[in-house]
Ligand binder design. Structure first.
Ligand code: P6P
Length: 334
């Protein structure tokens, strides 16, 4: 039986690869893993605890009704970051403003984390996969001071690490520090994330497209043309058109396409003129992952990770997945 490599062992083994390998990023990644295990436990028993399901009765800055688990997960990650000492501040989908940590202990942290604690949370009550997405940057402000907005508004190319947790049929943590992508599956019997998908590479092409086609007539015509005249037609050498797969949870749609090959499209529409997905804590981290796995992430016109953020909850159009498919879809845009 081959040796099981736990996430903690994997992080420690590769610590030397990281240019700032003083152990702080390793500890931060381990903290994220611990918080993810706790959130996974809460997600998996939410249906049994009436105070875990349903709406919190509040709305976040996105104007989205917060689910109880959104807030529970958000607090879980924030508490972990505040007690770990590696993080001087955070930004999260669930918090209107960024959060510089106030203690002298945290002000010494060298990293900021931007995250969506529970993406796809509208699916919680119907037992569909949801996920956590995180993006880690080195602070640009002086160590020992409070984190600043400038720490949060860095281009995706400045990420030192990024990843996601998928609370699906199993709980998986997938991350990169710029040295490839590795996936870990939580083994509940030992409470450890174990290496299950080493050095993940996404297929250069595929036959799956993921889009909310309810938007097909309120987005630019080139996307409708791509979907209807290409994806939905049987191409030479194939017996059938592409498969349409859309779960309504970005992490789940992204993870399936990462493994099988495919494209996820959330364009700007007349309802969401900038796009729906958030640049800092949804699009950039998954763009880092997909590029490290050989894929591509753009707005349909420019590379996601090169965008200089202007606002914390900035939204962008999103085309992400197999490189050839994204490039092909972009060709349909005027
Ligand atoms: P729609 C969830 O709210 C999310 O941010 C992504 O996880 C998901 O892909 C998308 O929005 C779903 O949006 O408009 O299709 O319901």
């Amino acid at each position: 039986m081959s040796k099981v490599t736990t996430l903690h062992e994997f992080i420690m083994d590769r610590q030397a690869e990281f240019q700032f390998s003083t152990g702080e990023l390793s500890r931060l990644l381990s903290d994220i893993a611990v918080a993810s295990k706790i959130v996974s436990k809460d997600v998996r028993r939410a249906g049994l605890l009436e105070n875990f399901l349903g709406a919190e009765g509040t709305t976040n800055i996105q104007g989205e009704e917060q689910q109880k688990l959104d807030v529970i997960a958000d607090n879980q990650f924030i508490n972990m970051f505040q007690s770990g000492g590696e993080v001087c501040g955070i930004a999260s989908e669930e918090n209107d403003n960024f959060m510089p940590f106030k203690s002298e202990f945290s002000k010494k942290g060298k990293y900021v984390v931007l995250f969506d604690p529970l993406d796809g949370s509208s699916n919680i009550d119907v037992n569909v996969s949801i996920g956590t997405i995180f993006s880690i940057y080195r602070r640009v402000s002086e160590v020992g001071t409070e984190a600043t907005l400038e720490d949060m508004l860095q281009a995706g190319t400045e990420q030192v690490a990024a990843g996601y947790v998928l609370y699906g049929s199993s709980t998986m943590l997938v991350y990169t520090t710029g040295k490839g992508v590795n996936g870990f599956t939580l083994d509940p019997s030992i409470g450890e994330f174990c290496l299950s998908h080493p050095q993940m590479k996404t297929p250069d092409t595929g036959r799956i497209y993921a889009m909310n086609e309810g938007n097909i007539n309120i987005c630019e015509s080139g996307i409708k043309e791509y979907i209807e005249t290409y994806c939905q037609q049987t191409q030479p050498g194939h017996e059938r058109p592409y498969s349409g797969r859309y779960i309504g949870s970005l992490v789940a749609d992204f993870h399936r396409n990462l493994i099988k090959g495919g494209i996820y499209i959330y364009p700007d529409t007349t309802v969401d003129p900038e796009g729906k997905l958030r640049l800092l804590y949804e699009c950039n981290p998954l763009a880092f992952i997909v590029e490290q796995a050989g894929g591509l992430a753009t707005t349909g016109r420019k590379r996601i990770m090169e965008i200089k953020p202007e606002r914390l909850h900035q939204r962008v159009p999103y085309f992400i997945g197999s490189k050839t498919m994204v490039e092909h879809a972009m060709g349909f845009l005027k």
